[in-house]
Design a protein around this ligand. Structure first.
Ligand code: UDX
Ligand code: UDX
Length: 464
């Protein structure tokens, strides 16, 4: 089966970069990315390729190469679905905020809407690929909807979870550790559908890095991979607290254990807490699934990863209050960074949001600088928590365009995102313009303790 037209529903952090790279590497395949959000599509089509809605190093070059040639962004969902041989579903699947499974289960509302739309529109056989992270066995529901509401055309469902990390999405897509494709390899037609997607990736990914499994294994592997990664961060973060209590240094511990090739050096960077659209959501999902099978010990085991992460964010904020003589009311606190990690403008579940919320509850005045996140997004993140009125958020939080503006006359500066430019700040100048004593809280272990203390800062770094 040769794929000539691909459609992707959802032009977000996953759909946008993934389809751009597929189009770049497969010039003979037409790739159309559709989205309900007209503003987002308009931004993807902006004449100036630097204005695409997602900030990812290297992405604008990929888009510039393929857009208009075989890469298209559109709001005409029906037309793109009908033309496509293969349809990727890459819409968001947030944690449910209502009803059964509230706060745990994935909200599959959007996925179901996509399935119904595909079923309504399609007039020829389609391969439907789950790109969004989904709970195990979603494919069965998808298949049910497609086959029972459709126009009698045939569907093959594949699971192809995305492992790209934001900030390195283009690199990760160009040279993935592995591509995972789940499908029904027990039937001839199922195998053909699987092979069709393998052939797309084989344009640039070595065959031995393309793994095929059954659909359920693929769906569960995505949740598991994120749970294992997040678990490492929570493990090292749990030790950061012990290091602070005992005088060990968490970076030294991480280096020492990471040298053991069985443990490995990656994902051992202690921080103010992991964020991003996936880790928390996927673990909550895993916990929910385990519980629904009655596996309470399994559920409790993984839930600890989230509990530790929440604790780390609260602990960082509480330490700021404690250090500033137990009161931050009316004090100006500069926050450097709002994104959940460097090199992305994504703020979903960013630790910065929760630290800010904690400090705002203590009536602090917060000034935020982030090189890529907009003022609009920062207010939206705070409003979303629903802790205080929109008016209060705007009164207490100011967003500025330069780090030096943020720190001017601040009682404390806190680093929440490890942007490279923060390393290169003129820290003598920062010290000069802050109120004294000048407190500096490094939530990312970006700075050297000795250097900062020499400059005169009262310095706090996670895990010493
Ligand atoms: C992805 C995955 O799809 C999600 O499962 C994973 O866990 C996190 O990453 P992401 O691309 O980051 O989601 O989400 P987002 O940037 O919100 O993009 C989703 C897009 O789908 C949005 O632009 C939204 O407008 C669009 N959408 C949503 C539709 O076009 N149709 C819908 O019915 C729902
Ligand atoms: C993650 C997975 O890495 C990716 O494979 C999956 O497809 C989506 O989820 P992402 O959320 O984009 O990717 O970023 P990641 O680099 O995994 O970082 C997640 C969070 O963990 C960030 O807040 C990061 O700062 C934090 N982190 C990561 C640490 O605090 N310490 C570390 O050592 C590594």
């Amino acid at each position: 089966m040769e794929i000539k037209n691909i459609c992707c529903i959802g032009a977000g952090y996953v759909g946008g970069p993934t389809m751009s790279v597929i189009a770049q590497k497969c010039p003979e395949i037409n790739v159309t990315v559709v989205d309900l959000n007209e503003k987002r599509i308009a931004a993807w089509n902006d004449e100036d390729v630097e204005n695409i809605p997602i900030y990812e190093p290297g992405l604008s070059d990929v888009v510039a190469e393929a857009r208009g040639r075989n890469l298209f962004f559109s709001t005409d969902v029906d037309e793109a679905i009908d033309k496509a041989d293969m349809i990727f579903i890459s819409v968001n699947t947030p944690t449910k905020t209502y009803g059964i499974g509230k706060g745990m289960a994935a909200d599959l509302k959007w996925i179901e809407l996509c399935a119904r739309q595909i079923a309504r529109v399609a007039t020829s056989d389609k391969i439907v690929v789950e790109k969004s992270t989904l709970p195990v066995r979603t494919a069965a529901a998808l298949s049910d909807i497609l086959h029972n509401t459709g126009n009698g055309v045939k569907y093959h469902i594949l699971s192809n979870p995305e492992f790209l990390a934001e900030g390195t999405a283009v690199e990760d897509l160009h040279a993935p550790d592995r591509v995972l494709i789940g499908g029904d390899y027990t039937t001839e037609e199922g195998s053909k559908a699987l092979q069709a997607l393998v052939d797309v990736y084989a344009h640039w990914v070595p065959k031995e890095n393309i793994l095929t499994t059954n659909v359920w294994s693929s769906e569960l592997s995505k949740l598991t991979a994120n749970a294992f990664l997040a678990q490492r961060v929570s493990s090292i973060n749990s030790l950061s607290e012990l290091c602070e209590a005992s005088g060990a240094d968490v970076a030294e511990v991480a280096r020492a254990i990471g040298k053991d090739s069985r443990i490995g050096p990656k994902f051992l960077q202690s921080s103010v807490g992991f964020g991003g659209s996936c880790f928390q959501k996927d673990i909550l999902n895993l916990v929910y699934i385990a519980k629904s099978f009655g596996l309470n010990e399994v559920a409790d085991y993984w839930e600890q990863v989230i509990i530790m992460n929440d604790h780390q964010k609260r602990r960082f904020a509480a330490n700021i209050v404690k250090t500033l003589y137990n009161t931050v009311s009316g004090k100006k606190i500069a926050m450097l960074g709002w994104a959940f990690k460097k090199d992305t403008n994504d703020t979903r579940e960013s630790a910065a949001i929760y630290v800010a919320d904690y400090l705002l509850n203590e009536r602090a005045e917060i000034v935020v600088y982030d090189p890529k996140v907009t003022e609009e997004q920062i207010y939206a993140d705070l409003d979303y928590l629903g802790t205080r009125s929109e008016e209060e958020n705007r009164n207490l939080v100011t967003v500025v365009n330069s780090p030096y503006e943020a720190i001017e006359d601040a009682h404390a500066t806190a680093i929440l995102t490890e942007w490279d430019e923060f390393k290169k700040l003129d820290w003598d100048k920062v010290f000069e313009s802050m109120l004294k004593p000048a407190f500096l809280f490094d939530g990312r272990r970006l700075l050297e303790r000795n250097e900062m203390e020499e400059k005169g800062f009262k310095f706090y770094s996670i895990g010493n």
